[in-house]
Design a protein around this ligand. Structure first.
Ligand SMILES: O=C(CO)[C@H](O)[C@H](O)COP(=O)(O)O
Length: 215
């Protein structure tokens, strides 16, 4: 079963509670944390996770697009994230950071920017619950998926299968109804979708269309 994780980046931020209520059939709420340094945009602090947790039963995954990853992990864990995803490009001690996430009781994911090779995860893959492959350069919603990422997904799927690992593959950026079946065929388990869902006048219907298109 493919999982769907709507990104609230392009939701109506003045009505965030209502916006999240519209995606109650989602598997995850994808929460984009940007610090204005690692990416050229700035978004939500941990208090937003805490507030959203009061109004939704859908688990929250926090995607930390920040430079100081070590400092932010505990804040987003304590705020109630079920999964924390950090960037390989930011961590000098990626293995230690992944262990920190797990010690705090969260699932651990590592994200790779489009230009970052899969090889940097060779010794870490068995420890991961999820690898998030960025299919756009992070920072903004509404970009086009980079076609070279299909091959990257296939290669990661082959490595996970060959090594008999249980780690899931998630993709983020430019997911739409046309490319979603191809992404799933390449080996994706979890689709992040922001613009597709929240730029639709009926986010619940958009979520259902995406799900129906890939099941
Ligand atoms: O991490 C992100 C941006 O860095 C967002 O989750 C992503 O861009 C959402 O993409 P889209 O709006 O294309 O669905």
């Amino acid at each position: 079963m493919v999982e769907i994780a709507p990104s609230i980046l392009n939701a109506n931020l003045l009505q965030l509670g209502e916006e999240v209520a519209k995606i109650r059939s989602a598997d995850w709420v994808h929460f984009d944390v940007m610090d204005g340094h690692f990416v050229p945009n700035l978004t939500f602090g941990p208090m937003f996770v805490e507030a959203l947790r009061q109004v939704t039963a859908v688990p929250i995954e926090s995607h930390l697009m920040v430079e100081n990853t070590a400092a932010f992990i505990p804040l987003y864990a304590q705020a109630g994230s079920k999964r924390i995803i950090i960037h390989a490009e930011t961590g000098n001690h990626l293995h230690r950071l992944v262990q920190n996430i797990k010690e705090l009781g969260c699932e651990a994911g590592v994200s790779l920017n489009p230009a970052t090779p899969l090889s940097c995860l060779e010794y870490l893959l068995p420890d991961l619950d999820l690898v998030l492959l960025m299919t756009v350069n992070p920072g903004f919603g509404g970009q086009r998926l980079i076609p070279a990422m299909y091959e990257k997904i296939k290669q990661l799927r082959a490595i996970i299968s060959e090594r008999r690992l249980s780690c899931k593959i998630e993709v983020d950026g430019g997911v739409n109804l046309e490319n979603a079946p191809r992404l799933v065929a390449a080996g994706v388990d979890v689709l992040v979708a922001g613009t597709l869902i929240y730029r639709d006048p009926d986010p619940a219907a958009a979520l259902k269309r995406l799900r129906d298109g890939v099941q």
